[in-house]
Design a protein around this ligand. Sequence first.
Ligand SMILES: NC(=O)C1=CN([C@@H]2O[C@H](COP(=O)(O)OP(=O)(O)OC[C@H]3O[C@@H](n4cnc5c(N)ncnc54)[C@H](O)[C@@H]3O)[C@@H](O)[C@H]2O)C=CC1
Ligand SMILES: N[C@@H](CCC(=O)N[C@@H](CSC=O)C(=O)NCC(=O)O)C(=O)O
Ligand SMILES: [Zn+2]
Ligand SMILES: [Zn+2]
Length: 345
Amino acid sequence: MSTEGQVITCKAAVAWEPNKPLVIEDVQVAPPQAGEVRIKILFTALCHTDAYTWSGKDPEGLFPCILGHEAAGIVESVGEGVTEVQPGDHVIPCYQAECRECKFCKSGKTNLCGKVRGATGAGVMMNDRKSRFSINGKPIYHFMGTSTFSQYTVVHDVSVAKIDPQAPLDKVCLLGCGVPTGLGAVWNTAKVEPGSIVAVFGLGTVGLAVAEGAKAAGASRVIGIDIDPKKFDRAKNFGVTEFVNPKDHDKPIQQVLVDLTDGGVDYSFECIGNVSVMRAALECCHKGWGTSVIVGVAASGQEISTRPFQLVTGRVWKGTAFGGFKSRSQVPWLVDKYMKKVNLM
Ligand SMILES: NC(=O)C1=CN([C@@H]2O[C@H](COP(=O)(O)OP(=O)(O)OC[C@H]3O[C@@H](n4cnc5c(N)ncnc54)[C@H](O)[C@@H]3O)[C@@H](O)[C@H]2O)C=CC1
Ligand SMILES: N[C@@H](CCC(=O)N[C@@H](CSC=O)C(=O)NCC(=O)O)C(=O)O
Ligand SMILES: [Zn+2]
Ligand SMILES: [Zn+2]
């Protein structure tokens, strides 16, 4: 029986309050309005950013909400005017939209899109500034425009990437955030060249994807830094060639890396969200050219600092969102790469 145009009641994990256990609830999901898509979510992963917002440290965090932004599913129904996807299409919801019409999209300088960002940051849909989720009439906020910790979700059409229907959704859901972020940080933001020495701070999903991207770009050394030694074995499979645990050293970690690399690394990536580590990641870069990319998301109130001399003497500090990838255009390309078993390393 078609559910098109009907309210769907399904299970979702609801974050009622910061830092309190998520509760599996029966949630009502309203039909998609104009320019919206309702998706049956089949697989969702967990990114550190979900935990960050859940912790209450995200200045944009709104409660109660349905978290989740790294997922894959099948379109259940579409609202008026939606032309690029239809029911049955296999899709990845993209927290970073791509409308192809706004100032950002047309600039050719960024993957950030301005069309729905105001609504997604406010936990609502752009059309009527309301949520499509409710529990017995009480609205529940959307999160990052995706809310994938629900069996059904409603997203803006500019936030949906249509993918190869043969792709295994349990695997490619990871292309909704962590993997493109890491690969793109290396390929699009830093543009690492062959022979480079790379340092990766934090060996979670994002850091491992950075390592894999760096190896694929021809890095000669990929130094992985983590305080959890359990991360090191797995990281070898992603191209990390050397490991440093800051806990094993008395010297500041930036000094350890400068000493290990004859003056500093060519590129570093902070994949943790810790502002002290962001400073170390900049300061371990080589004088004259070293570039450090901030990937990690730091809590509300946290600020970065360093001596301006670090920049005067040629180090470059950058940041990246979704690895600089244009979501709707390039997520399907990443899925195709995965399907062709392109060996990145
Ligand atoms: N800019 C963007 O577009 C995106 C940013 N993020 C952010 O990237 C960061 C990483 O995300 P995930 O890989 O999912 O996190 P994760 O929690 O899986 O991995 C973080 C790693 O950092 C290590 N770590 C923690 N403190 C450390 C320290 N002081 N020194 C060295 N290692 C330390 C942990 O042991 C862990 O292995 C988070 O801040 C997340 O919010 C995630 C996705 C996209
Ligand atoms: N609301 C947060 C925003 C944190 C942030 O920077 N998010 C990243 C994606 S993290 C994915 O896992 C991002 O792409 N930012 C660009 C954007 O437009 O949000 C806060 O204020 O800390
Ligand atoms: Zn994420
Ligand atoms: Zn746009």
